[in-house]
Design a protein around this ligand. Structure first.
Ligand code: ADP
Ligand code: MG
Ligand code: MG
Length: 249
């Protein structure tokens, strides 16, 4: 599904990613862990196509399409979902209306008509029931006065509605409390299936107690220095990152 080959990326001429190779197949959950400043968020931004980063070398393909030719919106419409660390408040726009707009924008970009109203209602009902989101929440203004947990609930709801092929969840700096963390984990676990893939980016091992990854990669100084199974996350919890920093040089 996603193939990254020898990816180098810079910001303001400073090289942050220094030769990343990564392959994610349908049905897989991958975790990227690593110390602060190692380039985890940069990697998610580059996959999503954020323009402040410059790819200087390498290749990213998604289902065989070279992503470098697509802007962030086009990538989203192809089925790449990037969770937003700093969600915007939109007073007067309800959660429901926001979801309708997102869905129809995706449909339009893929040459489809707006979703018929009854179908949309059913989709909203099914997904909100699945994620145990109550009706009152659906009529609230987007992100206005949302707690950390509610922001996460909204984000996971959007992910459920859009049904992306690849979801990238960058949870590094968002300071999740245990409730918010469980909302994210339960949502991801309900949504994961053999056709989609998830890339969870996190500084902390504890999220991976709830979302059990198939593959764990450790990013240090812009390079993947180790790849392993879920046990690698536990090793990092015990031993920290220093032993890998030594291996990296
Ligand atoms: P992580 O998510 O692993 O903590 P980041 O990808 O956020 O790491 O950052 C990697 C490096 O890139 C850091 O040295 C950081 O200072 C630098 N960096 C990230 N974003 C920017 C930016 N917008 N402008 C300048 N430097 C940046
Ligand atoms: Mg950081
Ligand atoms: Mg980060």
């Amino acid at each position: 599904m996603l193939k990254i080959k020898n990816l180098h990326a810079s910001i303001d001429d400073k090289e942050i990613l220094k030769g990343i190779n990564l392959e994610i197949n349908p049905g897989e959950v991958h975790a990227i862990m690593g110390p602060n400043g190692s380039g985890k968020s940069t990697l998610s931004s580059v996959i999503a196509g954020k323009e402040e980063f410059e790819m200087t070398e390498g290749e990213i393909t998604f289902e065989g399409t070279n992503l470098s030719e697509l802007d962030p919106e086009e990538r989203a419409h192809k089925g790449i979902f990037l969770s937003f660390q700093y969600p915007v408040e939109i007073p007067g726009v309800s959660v429901t209306n926001f979801m309708k707009t997102s869905i129809n924008a995706h449909r339009k970009a893929n040459g489809l008509e707006d979703m018929p109203a009854n179908e949309m209602l059913k989709l909203i009902r099914d997904k909100s029931e699945m994620l145990e989101i109550d009706r009152k929440f659906l009529s609230r203004s987007l992100n206005e006065g949302f707690s950390g947990g509610e922001k996460k609930r909204n984000e996971i709801f959007q992910m459920a509605m859009l049904d992306p092929k690849l979801s990238i969840l960058d949870e590094t700096d968002s300071g999740l409390d245990i409730d918010a963390l469980k909302i994210v984990a339960d949502g991801v676990n309900k949504l994961r299936n053999e056709n989609n893939a998830v890339l969870v980016i996190t500084h902390y091992q504890r999220l991976l107690n709830y979302i059990v990854p198939d593959v764990v990669h450790v990013l240090v100084d812009g390079k993947i220095v180790k790849t392993g199974g879920k046990e690698l996350a536990h090793q990092l919890e015990e031993k920290g990152y220093d032993w890998l920093k030594k291996e990296a040089v």
